[in-house]
Write a protein that binds this ligand. Structure first.
Ligand code: NDP
Length: 249
């Protein structure tokens, strides 16, 4: 499954949210090939069965893999993920890598239809608040120390900056997350932060867009977009806080 690579991501604690499907799943498969022996991967999502299937595909001679069944739309889900991470010894790693990938499309509907504040809050709780709380918790649990590389990736979208009709929830969440991680980059110069816009990929999210709008687009296999993100991580010469798009690379 792994191609020979001259570079690696070190002895890494790698946390991937939304690892059960789509981009997150493909990322876990490819990232596992560029982690040093002794690395630990946390696979986070709601669907335990899919996480276990993924774990079975990964090379556990090299990696320890923990499946974390958690709903990140709840404080309990974020705390459970942090509890699993905190069981690791910070001194066992030279790299802490957090990929804030989990996300949802939400209802695609007219702006003026969103009159139920509880529904809106539930969407933002998962798509915005959980990324902040999880990232803050991971950075607290694994503070800066000499020799420790810390990297935080946010899965962004072209719709963080381009308004899309019928997508006020999604566009607003993606815009907020981009700014959230730009602030992190300003505050913590030792943390490498990237807003990565992965391009339109063939995933369940795109199937949902098609079901809701009837509009189909040319889609990329996730592997292609993952490969570009991994190259960015391996080269590690992007500017912290920047936003990079699949099509610009
Ligand atoms: P998918 O819908 O295919 O997968 C989403 C992942 O998030 C799944 O693993 C899902 O697992 C997990 N997830 C959903 N809800 C929750 C929750 N409440 N708690 C924990 N995990 C949850 O998405 P994609 O792979 O398509 O997208 C990944 C990221 O890339 C998203 O942030 C998306 O916005 C972004 N993106 C995607 C594009 C595309 O074309 N697909 C384009 C641009 C950006 P489970 O259901 O098991 O919980």
């Amino acid at each position: 499954m792994c191609d020979a690579s001259t570079k690696d991501l070190g002895r890494c604690l790698c946390v991937i949210t939304g690892a059960s499907k789509g981009f997150g799943r493909s990322l876990a498969q490819q990232a596992a090939c560029v982690l040093q022996t002794g690395s630990v991967m946390l696979l986070v999502a709601r669907t335990a069965r899919l996480l276990q299937e993924l774990k079975a595909e990964l090379n556990t001679d090299v990696l320890v893999v923990h499946c974390v069944e958690a709903d990140l739309g709840t404080a309990g889900g974020v705390n459970k993920t942090l509890e699993v991470a905190k069981k690791e010894n910070v001194n066992d790693f030279d790299h802490v890598l957090l990929i804030n990938n989990a996300g949802s499309l939400g209802a695609m509907s007219q702006f003026s239809s969103f009159t139920d504040q509880a529904e809106v809050n539930a969407y933002y709780s998962f798509n915005i608040s959980s990324a902040l709380a999880l990232t803050g918790g991971v950075l607290q649990a694994f503070p800066q120390r000499p020799g420790l590389r810390r990297t935080v990736i946010n899965l962004s979208s072209v719709f963080a900056h381009k308004p899309l009709p019928l997508s006020v929830l999604y566009c607003t969440a993606k815009a907020a997350r981009d700014m959230m991680f730009k602030v992190l980059a300003e505050e913590e110069p030792d943390v490498k932060v990237l807003n990565y816009s992965p391009g339109p990929m063939d995933t369940e999210m795109q199937k949902e867009i098609f079901q809701q709008t009837g509009v189909s687009r040319e889609l990329l296999p996730c592997q292609k977009s993952v490969a570009k993100l991994l190259k960015l991580l391996l080269d590690n010469d992007f500017c912290s806080g920047t936003r990079l798009d699949f099509f610009d690379l």
